[in-house]
Design a binder for this molecule. Sequence first.
Ligand SMILES: [Zn+2]
Length: 304
Amino acid sequence: MEWVDLKQLDTLIQQIKVLGACVEEIGISGEGRSIYGVTVGDEQATRTVVIVAGLHAAEVIAPLTAISILQTLVGQPPSTVRFCVVPMADPDFVSRNASELPANVTLQALLNLNHQRDLEGHFTTDTYPECVAIRQWLEHFNRIDAYFSLHSAHCISPGLFFYVGSTSNSDWVSQVASQVATTTPDWILLLSQDPTGLSKNALYSGFFELEIPKRENLNVSNPGSSLAFVTHRFQPQYVGASEMPLAVCPALVEASLTEIDQCNRDFKQTGRTSYLFKEIHLDTQLCIMESWVWSVTEHVAAAT
Ligand SMILES: [Zn+2]
């Protein structure tokens, strides 16, 4: 997988179909592009894992991770767990970002991908036809045992973290956190607090609790995320979102969000920053994201 694979996501999805996945057009984007739902695994499987990638279209690790996971699964279809994946939730904005990606992909080029709208934050409303289509597809399911919304921090960040829905199975959350800590390279810090301030509760290093608002508190002016939608409808045992950075900068650990933003703005504009940082290679990002998903899947498969 390469960053420039972003330019050929449709082709990669069709290749996965040829290899045996069920690829459905679950809806049409605002500009007429296909939104795909991809299913791998036995139709009769009693458990379902759902992954939605790219509700923030500039966070391009998300569709690449979804495709990479599907490529792995289609070679070895699981027997007891069915995977249902939306690899590209916002194809219109992904295609804008893809078309602006240069052949030689640098960190600065990735940071400058800025075609994005907040499908995650408006998931429960009818603001975007993409969200309506994905919701309708999910509503057909009998159950969802685990749900992942793939995101990246999209910046030079002090470290890595994930959000976990507050209603998730606490044993799973604990064991998954320790497995991810084991597989994450030591130089990538799992943060001890949320730099965005969204979560006040660090459950484990790099794993922050995401409060799921009550269903009755969600409305047009207070919309809910895909995590809230899936939680209310299916009560999965695990609901999570990744916040994978493109580069880590330990010097920013004590920094305010404003300072982190400023560092990112400087780098976007000039390709330089006074902070020392280290890029996370695409393969490493994929490896960490996938180890998180596989770790949860083991619990899904083992659950009685
Ligand atoms: Zn995001």
